[in-house]
Design a protein around this ligand. Structure first.
Ligand SMILES: Nc1ncnc2c1ncn2[C@@H]1O[C@H](COP(=O)(O)OP(=O)(O)OP(=O)(O)O)[C@@H](O)[C@H]1O
Length: 405
């Protein structure tokens, strides 16, 4: 009904304008005034408001309007079933294909009892146009638009190609597409432990308000320890895949000093996992934190690196990196340390509050073998698991040994 009355009103206005244009030839002066008054009256009587979202902020601008992208995602998610033309794309290193509506004929949305008309314009300056009755102005401007942008952004995050970053000698990050196949389903470990970790991650993701309310930066630390080949790296990849976060793989031994470390930290994004693997090999382990003046710098332990100048990063610099003032320059971040020798780590580094959850990755047992057998052999025989797990308990076989054989 409203759509019909809108188009009727539009055609009436068109007719009036046409008649006015003809009469203007006969009475140019007088009609000019009448036209102005009429336009004012029409503006006053026209009950609809239109808002336009251009694809780019300005003509010749390369910065895409973030609201435009969010609206595009929102409309696709809600109205694509009725569309006839699609544009295709891939997410996550060619794993899944998505289809976007190619062109929107028109979409009608409803929100808190308000009707909203969406239309789009293609061409040189593509845009989305939104029309609504002026009596719903508050609903639309104060809540609906925010709802559209939030939902659109959430969809963008789901689709985003995630990245794996590493630090360069020039104290910057370089990245490639992150496409590790490990998930919590393929990860072989004690099911109860796995469930605890998953619940912890879910709670973390939902805790923005909690962290704010207690005055803490929204971040969490995990220490993964255990013998080589027990799945520490696989666990990090599974976490990133589950949370849909980027990974910053920090090679601490190539960080020059504390200032560089701080700079690297400020250049990481939110929704990311910062990883320092084999932390015991990166740090010169004192067992105790030294006083500032005789702090021991991080040393490169690799014989090849001995000739080079060692990193000047100190333990205190690393502690500040984790939870000093500068660590508050981002949010929703996870820090993961891995080590094969947990006993060698400085207690200050792994105390709760810094490393909130300590996770032991261990040798194969019945439960881990079950997952590995399913992953690699597609076998689900209980008798076989029982026999093999008995053998496994007498030896120290890692999941990597099983995977490799
Ligand atoms: N718990 C596990 N679940 C599934 N696969 C595993 C597990 N542990 C190891 N693997 C397999 O072994 C390979 C090596 O494991 P991974 O690199 O995750 O171990 P790690 O503990 O990080 O080893 P390191 O301490 O030597 O870095 C993985 O690519 C995977 O195929």
């Amino acid at each position: 009904m409203a759509k019909m009355s809108m188009s009727k009103l539009g055609s009436n206005i068109g007719t009036i304008m046409f008649v006015l244009a003809i009469l203007k030839n006969w009475f140019p002066q007088e009609l000019g005034d009448i036209k102005r008054h009429l336009q004012r009256l029409i503006r006053y009587l026209y009950p609809y408001i239109t808002v336009t979202f251009d694809e780019y902020y300005h003509v010749n601008d390369f910065v895409r309007n973030v609201a435009y992208t969010a609206i595009e995602r929102y409309l696709n998610a809600h109205f694509s079933p009725r569309a006839k033309g699609f544009r295709g794309g891939v997410i996550g290193g060619c794993k899944s294909v998505f289809l976007d509506m190619d062109c929107y004929e028109e979409a009608i949305d409803e929100f808190e009892g308000a009707k909203i008309w969406w239309s789009s314009r293609d061409g040189e300056m593509p845009c989305f146009k939104l029309t609504f009755h002026r009596k719903h102005k508050d609903i639309i401007t104060q809540r609906y638009l925010q709802h559209v942008v939030d939902e659109g952004r959430a969809i963008s995050i789901q689709r985003r190609q995630r990245r794996l970053y590493t630090n360069t000698a020039k104290a910057t990050w370089t990245c490639i597409a992150f496409d590790h196949p490990s998930t919590f389903d393929t990860l072989a470990m004690d099911p109860k432990k796995k469930e605890d970790i998953l619940n912890d991650l879910i709670t973390f993701m939902k805790s923005e308000y909690y962290y704010k309310s207690i005055g803490k930066t929204w971040k969490r630390g995990y220490l993964l320890y255990g013998p080589p080949g027990t799945g520490k790296t696989s666990m990090i990849a599974a976490m990133a895949n589950f949370l849909k976060y980027d990974i910053y793989d920090l090679e601490l031994t190539s960080v020059e000093d504390n200032t560089t470390l701080r700079k690297l930290l400020t250049h990481t994004s939110s929704k990311s996992i910062i990883v320092i693997e084999d932390i015991d090999c990166s740090l010169y382990l004192t067992g105790q934190r030294k006083k500032k003046k005789d702090e021991v710098p991080v040393k490169k332990v690799d014989a090849m690196d001995k000739k080079k100048k060692g990193s000047e990063v100190t333990l205190s610099g690393l502690l500040n990196f984790i939870d000093g003032l500068w660590s508050a320059c981002g949010s929703e971040r996870i820090i993961v340390f891995t080590t094969n020798h947990v006993e060698k780590l400085d207690p200050a580094l792994v105390r709760s509050g810094r490393m909130d959850m300590h996770i032991e990755m261990s040798y194969c047992c019945f439960e881990t073998f079950k997952v590995l057998a399913k992953n690699y052999l597609n076998i689900e025989s209980h008798e076989l698991f029982a026999t093999v797990s008995q053998l496994l308990e007498e030896t120290n076989i890692t999941p990597a040994d099983v995977a490799g054989s």
